[in-house]
Design a protein around this ligand. Structure first.
Ligand code: FCB
Length: 500
């Protein structure tokens, strides 16, 4: 089944498809012009509530699964929590001023559900709404467009206690919460995203248990995936019923799977991993149906009795924007996995997949391979194989081992090189016809990197955690110039060293 698609784009930021090959203002040479981005390209940076806000018990905020998880010994590196994080809850004005200094055109952030509904249900906590109203107004005062994500992983603990995402009711709770936030902010926020990275929430939260709530159960993971999708669809419907004038979408994380060899077994395994990782959500949303091969794989581990008639139409209703999070690709071989190796709990139905190290690529401090061509291929694939929808890269960036030198400066040439390579890949994709509207660097600030705690720094802005002092890294100064010229100069930054 393919859902009929409508174009909901109206009068806002996303109305204009990018003009291909448009020269940047100030482009001086042909080479410069070739590396220009479309006029009004949306250069931004992103964060998420639990990773930066702190203020964990301020103004009536309830507990989320991340509070519980991070306070559980052994779950997060060094026992770190988001209790204080980078104290953005109290320092947002200073941080918005830094965004303006960089020239950001947009800022992607998330709302903490437990600030709005401390127990995940019932009327809104006005203090929580007021905080986001102040943040949004401050952004608008600085000409930074707010891009609001409703769910970036911080489920109220009370809803997890009632069953969490594996329980269908959580999708209804999410739609209620989404409507409360939308009622309060739809007049000033024009771009809305329901979920961030449902794959992580479902398969890392309930499959491998690497992320909160830390459950290891493939049955629950599969149900959680569907109910996250259902929550997305129900929220889109609820928001549109209140005000159809804004742009509504979702952000998916993509990890394209490449077969490790031409061996048919490896090719087949890569297809299955791609299905369970990427197509499961993409097809449900853009084609209105889960792929048949994915359902077959899922049925190997659990029955599909949680899928109900009508659900797929809700999930597949039109969206105005698809957010693309991209960090790297996977190289996949067919198992069996090495003796004694843990099964790939993140891929129920394809647990014997083997992820082959990509030794010929530079790596980041997160140990992720650096692969800008993967972004180009992904954007082209979305463009060629799926119904048309405006795209934005809502996350891309890298952790490196940054430190402030004795002069207080932070030199991060590897991050500049990483971003330069990926921006070039995006620019090539636009030139090839991809409708890419924006690009959000992950992240604005160093922050709480989930199970890695504060040990991995992704920010354009360095944070000295004991003093909370902010320092613009070299990459932030470089990004300011990219934004100001709306493109790159003719000289690619040198590649990071192998091994990061
Ligand atoms: C993504 C998350 C984001 C951040 C980056 C590095 O999966 O959405 O919050 O942690 O990874």
């Amino acid at each position: 089944m393919t859902a009929a698609r409508e174009d909901h784009t109206s009068t806002t930021l996303l109305t204009e498809a990018p003009a291909v090959h448009a020269p940047a203002a100030g482009a001086e040479t042909e080479a410069d012009a070739a590396l220009a981005f479309p006029p009004k390209f949306i250069w931004g940076a992103g964060t998420a509530a639990y990773q930066i806000e702190g203020g964990a018990s301020d103004d009536g905020r309830g507990a989320s699964i991340w509070d519980t998880f991070s306070r559980t010994p052994g779950r997060v590196h060094n026992g770190d929590t988001g209790d204080r994080a980078v104290d953005h809850y109290h320092r947002y004005e200073q941080d918005v001023a830094l965004m303006a200094q960089l020239g950001l055109r947009a800022y992607r952030f998330s709302v903490a559900w437990p600030r709005i509904q401390p127990d995940g249900r019932g009327p809104a906590n006005q203090h929580g709404l007021d905080y986001y109203r102040r943040l949004v107004d401050c952004l608008l005062d600085h000409d930074v467009e707010p891009w609001l994500t409703l769910y970036h992983w911080d489920l109220p603990q009370a809803l997890q206690d009632a069953g969490g995402w594996p329980r269908r009711d959580t999708a209804e709770r999410f739609a209620d919460y989404a409507a409360l936030v939308y009622e309060a902010l739809h007049d000033r926020v024009r771009i809305w995203t329901t979920m961030n990275e449902p794959w992580c929430s479902a398969f890392l939260g309930y499959g491998s248990g690497r992320l909160a709530p830390g459950v290891q159960d493939p049955h629950q993971a599969v149900r959680a995936a569907h109910h996250l999708m259902l929550g997305h669809g129900r929220a889109i419907a609820a928001l549109r019923a209140i005000d159809a004038g804004n742009q509504l979408g979702i952000t998916l994380d993509f990890n394209p799977a490449m077969p490790a060899s031409g061996d048919p077994a490896d090719v087949e395994m890569a297809t299955r991993v791609d299905g369970l990782r990427n197509r499961i959500f993409l097809d449900a949303i853009l084609r209105g149906a889960y792929p048949a091969d994915v359902l077959r794989d899922l049925e190997r581990v659990t029955d599909l009795s949680h899928l109900r008639d009508g659900d797929q139409a809700v999930i597949g209703m039109p969206i105005d924007l698809l957010g693309v999070n991209y960090y790297n690709r996977a190289l996949v071989a067919a198992g069996p996995a090495a003796a004694g190796a843990a099964p790939m709990l993140e891929f129920p139905g394809a647990e014997t997949a083997v992820f082959v190290p990509q030794e010929n690529r530079p790596r980041t401090a997160r140990d992720w391979p650096v692969d800008p061509d993967g972004l180009y291929d992904l954007l082209l694939r979305l463009h060629r194989e799926y119904p048309p929808v405006p795209l934005a890269v809502t996350e891309n960036g890298a952790a490196f081992n940054d430190y402030a030198d004795p002069e207080g400066q932070v030199h991060d040439p590897d991050r500049i090189s990483f971003l330069d390579g990926h921006f070039r890949a995006a620019q090539r994709a636009i030139a090839a016809g991809v409708d890419l509207r924006g690009y959000f660097v992950w992240s604005l600030l160093d922050n709480f990197e989930w199970e890695e705690g504060y040990s991995k720094r992704f920010g354009l802005i360095y944070v000295d955690y004991p003093t909370q002092q902010r320092v613009l890294k070299d990459s932030a100064h470089w990004y300011r110039q990219v934004i100001a010229r709306n493109g790159l100069d003719g000289h690619p930054a040198p590649a990071p060293a192998l091994g990061g």
